[in-house]
Write a protein that binds this ligand. Structure first.
Ligand code: CAA
Length: 389
């Protein structure tokens, strides 16, 4: 595995670090408290190219590689996980689907506005009755008698950026009788400005509170056939392939959160005194710091390995599901563990809202849940390794 960073990698990483420090650091706590979507900084991120890092310039992006994307996402998430998830969803769950499956016309119409930062993109798979069992969907898209459009009815839930998205990549049942059922799923592009689309209740969340999440409802929404991504019945595979990319993004988000908690703990351990010593001189604190560091570095290696596998897949078309699931599981569990230790090291101050440690802890939890729980990731990893189902 070649982990040499190029000048371009260092440039985008430093750019993301500077942006996060200058624009996000001062507003993160307030937006976490109020739950208000940080529209201004998200649009500024878009204008700087952070929403379409791997998208070629001809489609509005900056045309860099997957390693550049994870480096930038790690830096943004280190300052705020909420900005991190919006960036991850735009780049991976939205833009990547078009790069892989979109027609030229779809790329110009639906990819360009999101990659260039003019509009926000979202991804809708989950329904109220189905999260992990994703193909068990009830939302239907019935082809009109003249074959010109689909009529969509139903509800999707837990849609990250649902309240603010202009376009949504939606997965719908176009053939409810298909066997196996996942072969009846198709991928459709939704313009949220069209009639028949409505936003429902927003989710009051434990963490990543500045990101916006809601239910979305469709009532006789008309989606032109030209807005179908891929072939009819190919949607479930598209949803899974896109999640392979998305999970690398969430792993990078988790890495950023873990690093922030670790660096704060290190500083605190060097300064805080107890029993006449710096607390970093006590073996029990040292053990925590050493384990935090090792797990973070191990996460980084898995993420970079997954990023290289994804980059290579652009030529080879080889799946990188295994690398992506391993990176997400390890990095998200590291983030949860590291942020828990960070609170313990800071003790009362870690529990207080005066410091961002408790925010890191709350933000870390969702990385073990969304884009496939740790349990689902382990199931996929084990299935791939054993070849059994
Ligand atoms: N790439 C391409 N194709 C894939 C694939 C992948 N990674 N994974 C599966 N497939 C294909 C299979 O080859 C199979 O194809 P055939 O029709 O040729 O047989 C088909 O898809 C069905 O696969 P499975 O039989 O493995 O499907 P399953 O029903 O057993 O379930 C699952 C698979 C892994 C459990 C899947 O449902 C899953 O990942 N669930 C979790 C859902 C999830 O991650 N949701 C996240 C929502 S989005 C979100 O959280 C965003 C956010 O807010 C930030």
């Amino acid at each position: 595995m070649d982990l040499q960073l190029t000048d371009e990698h260092r440039m985008i990483r430093d750019m993301a670090r500077d942006f996060a420090q200058k624009e996000i650091a001062s507003i993160a706590a307030e937006h976490d408290e109020t739950g208000e979507f940080p529209y201004e900084t998200i649009m500024k991120m878009g204008a700087q190219g952070f929403m379409g890092i791997e998208v070629p310039e001809e489609y509005g992006g900056v045309g860099m590689d997957t390693l550049a994307y994870v480096l930038a996402l790690e830096e943004i998430s280190k300052v705020d996980g909420s900005h991190g998830v919006v960036m991850s969803v735009c780049n991976s769950l939205y833009c990547y689907g078009f790069l892989r499956y979109g027609t030229e016309e779809q790329k110009q119409k639906y990819l360009r506005p999101v990659a260039s930062g003019e509009a926000i993109g979202a991804y809708a798979l989950t329904e109220p009755q189905s999260g992990s069992d994703a193909s068990n969907m009830r939302l239907t898209a019935a082809l009109s008698p003249d074959g010109s459009h689909y009529v969509i009815n139903g509800t999707k839930s837990w849609i990250t950026s649902g309240p603010v998205a202009k376009y949504i990549l939606l997965f719908a049942q176009t053939d409810p009788d298909a066997k196996p059922r996942h072969r009846g799923v198709s991928a459709l592009i939704i313009d949220t400005g069209e009639p028949g689309f409505e936003r429902g209740k927003t989710e009051p969340k434990l963490g990543i509170r500045a990101s916006a999440t809601c239910e979305i409802h469709f009532e006789d929404y008309k989606c032109p056939v030209g807005a179908r991504l891929g072939e009819e019945g190919e949607g479930f595979k598209i949803s899974m392939a896109v999640l392979d990319a998305g999970r690398i993004g969430i792993a990078s988000q988790a890495l950023g959160i873990a690093e922030a908690a670790y660096e704060a703990s290190l500083e605190y351990a060097r300064e805080r005194e107890a029993f006449g010593k710096k607390i970093g001189q006590f073996q029990m604190i040292q053990q925590k710091l050493a384990d935090m560091k090792m797990r973070i570095e191990a996460s980084r290696l898995l993420i970079y390995k997954a990023a290289l596998a994804k980059q290579a897949s652009k030529e080879t078309h080889k799946r990188y599901t295994l690398e992506s699931c391993m990176a997400k599981t390890f990095a998200s569990e590291t983030a949860m563990w590291v942020t828990t230790q960070a609170i313990q090291i800071h003790a009362g101050m870690g529990y207080s809202k005066e410091l961002p440690i408790e925010r890191y802890f709350r933000d870390a939890k969702v990385t073990e849940i969304y884009e496939g729980t740790s349990e689902i990731q382990r199931m996929v990893i084990a299935r791939m390794e054993t070849g059994l189902r």
